[in-house]
Design a protein around this ligand. Structure first.
Ligand SMILES: [Ca+2]
Ligand SMILES: [Ca+2]
Ligand SMILES: [Ca+2]
Length: 475
C-alpha cells in the first residue's frame, strides 16, 4: 500500500511539504519508523483492527517526530496550545518545532494524549500553530487510536523513551495488544531526561477486551484546490483511511462540514463521496487568494467516519497569473531602457524568487529587420519567450544581436512580481542599437516559480493574450 499522504493540521502538512523539500538537505531527519512488539493473536479480526490502528498512528506520529525539535513527556504537560484538553486526559508526548517559509516563522505544537471519548479510551492528537511560541491558536483535534487501555491500568511506567534523536512511543490497546512506534527527530531533544532505553522486546499483556472494534474512516488529508484556476479556491478534497459510508455524501452531507477562516460568504454547497474521498464544492467565495492561510476545516459527521476539527488544508492551488503589465519608464515603448519594468500580478505571492537580481536577455537576429526576438528572465520565464520583432537596429554590426542585463532587480510586493531593468546593458552590440519592438507576447512562467507549497505558477489565460493576438510591447 502506498504511504498515505496526510495533511492533518497544517502542522503536519507544513512538515510534510517541507519534508519533501528539505529531506535531501536535512540528513539528520532521515526517518525510519518501525512497529515493534507485534503480538501473536488467535483472533484475526482483533489483529486486523490492531493493524489498522497501528497504521493510523503511523500516519501521524512519525512525521511529527521528524519535525520536532523539542519534546515533553511529563504526563501533566499541556498540549502547548491554548486548550489543555480535558482534565482526565494523560499526555504521552508533546512535540514542538518551528518552520520558516519566506519571511514568516510559524511555531507548531502537537500533543498525543490518552483520553476518554465515545465510551472508550482514545489516543488523540492535538495540534496547533501560530506565530507565538508555543502557539496559542485553536487546536486541531483528531483521534488516531481507538480502544486503548485505561492509562491508569497496565500501561508501561514509561511509555515514551528517547535516546538522542530516537523516540519510542509505546501504546497499549484494550485487547492487550502492546506496540511501539519509533521515529527519529530532526535534532536531539533538549529538556528530555529519559536515559537510553533497552531495545524493545515483544510484550504480551493479558487481554481484557470483550468487544471487537471496527475502526471508522479517519481523515488523512484535506486538500484545498482551485479547480478552474481562476485564482479563487472552490474545492476541498478530503481523503480518509478507508471507504466512506454512503451517508457521508449527498443531500444534507454538507451540514457535517464547517469552515473557519474562510472568506466571507463561503459555504459548502455539496459533498460527493467516492471510495475514500469526499469532494466538497465551495460556493460564495469571491476572494482572489490561492493561499488562504487561515482556512480551517472541521467535520462532525453522523455518517460513520471519525470527527476532526481545525484541519489546515494542504495548499494544492497554484498561483494564477492575473495580469502582465509592461511599464515604460524610459519613454519609448518597446525599447528596453533604464527602469523599464515587467509586472506580473498573481493570486498569491510567489515564494521563491531566484534572487534579488536576475539576468534579462533580449536575443534575436537583428541583422535583418523584423526578425523574431526573444526575452529570457532567469528563473521567471520558462526559457526564451517570443516578444515580437524589430527590437534591434538592423544596421548593427555582427555578431548580432543579444542585449543582456545581468543585474535586473526582481522584487515581490504582495502578489506582484516586478522585474526592473538597470541602466546599462551588456551588449554583444552597442545598446544604442536597441530599437522599439512591436509584437505579441505570452508569459510562460518558469516551472521553478512556485507558491510556498511547491505549486508552480500557472497562466491559464495565457496573459497577455496571444490566443487572440494583441499588440504588446515589452519594456
Ligand atoms: Ca476557482
Ligand atoms: Ca497556493
Ligand atoms: Ca521603454
Amino acid at each position: 500500500m502506498m504511504e498515505p499522504r496526510r495533511s492533518d493540521e497544517g502542522v503536519t502538512l507544513i512538515e510534510l511539504i517541507l519534508a519533501i523539500t528539505l529531506s535531501s538537505i536535512i540528513l539528520a531527519a532521515t526517518f525510519t519508523a518501525i512497529v515493534a512488539g507485534l503480538k501473536n493473536t488467535n483472533d484475526t479480526n482483533v489483529r486486523l483492527n490492531e493493524s489498522h490502528d497501528t497504521q493510523l498512528v503511523e500516519s501521524y506520529l512519525p512525521q511529527d517526530l521528524q519535525s520536532a525539535t523539542s519534546a515533553f513527556v511529563a504526563k501533566t504537560d499541556p498540549t502547548g496550545c491554548s486548550n489543555s484538553g480535558p482534565a482526565s486526559s494523560v499526555n504521552l508526548v508533546s512535540l514542538r518545532w518551528a518552520e520558516t517559509i519566506g519571511a514568516a516563522t510559524t511555531n507548531f505544537a502537537v500533543s498525543y494524549r490518552v483520553e476518554p471519548a465515545s465510551g472508550e479510551w482514545q489516543l488523540v492528537r492535538y495540534s496547533c500553530r501560530g506565530s507565538a511560541s508555543p502557539p496559542g491558536t485553536l487546536p486541531g483535534k483528531i483521534a488516531v487510536g481507538h480502544k486503548l487501555r485505561n492509562p491508569s491500568s497496565g500501561w508501561p511506567t514509561t511509555p515514551v523513551t528517547t535516546c538522542g534523536t530516537r523516540v519510542e512511543v509505546t501504546i497499549l490497546e484494550d485487547s492487550g495488544y502492546l506496540y511501539a512506534i519509533t521515529g527519529n527527530t530532526r535534532t536531539a531533544f533538549t529538556g528530555v531526561t529519559t536515559t537510553c532505553p533497552a531495545a524493545t522486546t515483544t510484550t504480551t499483556v493479558a487481554s481484557t477486551s470483550t468487544t471487537l472494534f471496527d475502526p471508522r474512516p479517519l481523515i488523512l488529508e484535506v486538500d484545498m484546490r482551485d479547480a478552474d484556476t481562476d485564482g479563487i479556491i472552490d474545492q476541498l478534497v478530503a481523503t480518509f483511511s478507508k471507504p466512506l459510508p454512503a451517508a457521508c455524501g449527498g443531500l444534507g452531507a454538507e451540514s457535517m462540514w464547517s469552515l473557519a477562516g474562510a472568506p466571507a460568504g463561503t459555504t459548502v454547497a455539496s459533498v460527493t463521496v467516492a471510495g475514500t474521498v469526499a469532494t466538497l464544492a465551495l460556493a460564495g467565495n469571491t476572494a482572489v487568494d490561492t493561499a488562504l492561510t487561515g482556512l480551517l476545516v472541521s467535520f462532525t459527521g453522523s455518517c460513520g467516519a471519525d470527527d476532526f476539527i481545525n484541519e489546515h488544508p494542504v495548499d494544492q492551488a497554484p498561483p494564477v497569473v492575473l495580469s502582465v503589465v509592461s511599464q515604460d519608464a524610459g519613454g519609448t515603448a518597446g525599447k528596453a531602457e533604464t527602469d523599464d519594468a515587467l509586472v506580473i500580478t498573481l493570486s498569491e505571492p510567489p515564494a521563491n524568487l531566484p534572487s534579488a537580481t536576475v539576468q534579462v536577455n533580449e536575443s534575436g537576429d537583428g541583422s535583418q529587420p523584423n526578425q523574431p526576438v526573444t526575452l529570457t528572465i532567469a528563473g521567471i520565464t520558462n526559457g526564451a519567450l517570443p516578444i515580437g520583432t524589430a527590437y534591434f537596429d538592423g544596421s548593427a554590426p555582427p555578431p548580432c544581436c543579444d542585449a543582456k542585463w545581468s543585474n535586473a532587480t526582481a522584487s515581490i510586493a504582495g502578489p506582484a512580481l516586478t522585474v526592473r531593468l538597470p541602466g546599462a546593458c551588456q551588449p554583444t552590440v552597442a545598446c544604442d542599437h536597441l530599437g522599439a519592438g512591436a509584437g505579441t507576447f505570452q508569459f510562460v512562467p518558469a516551472p521553478t516559480l512556485t507558491d510556498p507549497f511547491g505549486n508552480p505558477v500557472v497562466n491559464p489565460l495565457h496573459l497577455p493574450s496571444t490566443d487572440t493576438p494583441i499588440p504588446f510591447q515589452v519594456f
